[in-house]
Design a protein around this ligand. Structure first.
Ligand code: KG4
Ligand code: ZN
Length: 334
């Protein structure tokens, strides 16, 4: 029985996982309302909220999972150790270290990116290495070759903005509600993707790499031109055209990586894996075996951290009470 704790950014997640994939209880306390007035995550606010809600959430999860005596009933504590915001990571890591010491339980620090990879591993028993994993979130856009569980090589990543960050910035340009990704996704549904010819980033490059800041700037020019002309902003059309270009860029590099590596199993996770156009177009890639976790496992959650921690523990990985958060904890590059 693994207690999972996730506090790398602005979602507080706690769960109890039995074995590799039986979720006994899992809770996420989001902070969107706290950060909405600022249009983005305010790190200091995020850490304060984490430390307010972490222990109450833990009690709720134990009650739901039927854990009465954690010291006796739990076997492991897994906590996100990085990458993420330092203040946020500290709240989870310090909590986990305190509990591990008090309850004399083993502790594992989990890489948040490995956690996102495990969202698919825990959702799909049939997903076995080697496979490609695209992590597409607000902080990351990384295409990873999973050679074995625990053996990862980053094939390529973004050179500038993460894809979720581009969604959030486009939403801001259009004065949409925070967080913007889901709003852009929703509006795009009623727009015409052909109404603007936004560039598909890195389309003609043979490199496995992403770039989203040029696309965001292209949207900015259209928004400015409309505003200067005093015209109504065609928000739905802009969202649809932007989304078409962003998703095309992700799919193009997935195909390239599959060709280069000869690996045809592809898993996508991270907040952007909740995107409806990405999900629809992934399902059409019929020469690839594609995996997308249920939406609740796409955005940050503790279940993926517990699953990654449990797997690492079974492979003999151990952390100790000197575990320290690392805001830029990497996965190895190829
Ligand atoms: O994985 P996540 O919860 O946090 C990070 O580790 O970053 O991802 C959050 C990101 C945000 O940028 C959010 O706008 C984006 O995922 N996102 C979406 C959708 N749902 C969340 N982007 C596009 N379409 C969505 N449906
Ligand atoms: Zn994340």
């Amino acid at each position: 029985m693994t207690l999972g704790i996730e506090t790398s950014c602005d979602d507080t997640g706690v769960c109890v996982l039995r074995g590799q994939r039986e979720e006994l209880a899992s809770r996420i306390a989001g902070q969107n309302a706290d950060h909405a007035p600022f249009g983005g995550v305010v790190p200091e606010r995020a850490s304060r909220r984490h430390q307010e809600v972490l222990l109450p959430l833990l009690q709720e999860v134990f009650a739901e999972a039927g854990v009465n005596n954690p010291a006796r009933e739990l076997d492991l504590i897994a906590v996100t150790a990085g990458p993420g915001l330092m203040g946020s990571l500290l709240t989870g890591v310090m909590c986990a270290k305190g509990l591990a010491q008090a309850w004399e339980l083993p502790l594992i620090g989990v890489n948040h990116l490995e956690g996102h990879i495990f969202a698919n591993v825990t959702a799909f028993p049939e997903l076995t290495p080697p496979f490609l994993s695209l992590i597409a979130s607000g902080g990351h856009t990384e295409l990873v070759l999973v050679r074995a569980l625990g053996d990862y090589r980053v094939l390529g990543r973004t050179r500038d903005d993460a894809v979720g960050e581009a969604y959030d910035k486009v939403a801001k340009l259009l004065d949409l509600d925070y967080p913007g990704g889901p709003e852009v996704d929703r509006l795009a549904g009623s727009g015409d993707p052909g109404s603007f010819a936004f560039p598909v980033p890195m389309k003609n490059s043979d490199e496995i790499a992403f770039s989203f800041s040029g696309l965001k700037t292209a949207v900015l020019w259209v928004v400015r031109a409309c505003r200067q002309a005093g015209a109504d902003l065609p928000g739905a059309d802009i969202c649809a055209a932007f989304q078409h270009a962003a998703v095309s860029a992700l799919l193009a590099k997935i195909r390239l990586a599959a060709r280069r590596t000869g690996v045809s199993r592809v898993a996508v996770s991270g907040g952007v894996a909740a995107n409806s156009e990405l999900r629809r177009r992934m399902a059409l890639l019929d020469d690839l075996e594609t995996y997308l976790p249920p939406r609740g496992l796409c955005t940050d959650n503790a279940t993926m951290i517990a699953a990654a921690g449990y797997s690492a523990w079974r492979r003999g990985v151990r952390s100790d009470l000197s575990l320290a958060p690392d805001p830029s904890l990497p996965l190895p590059l190829l």
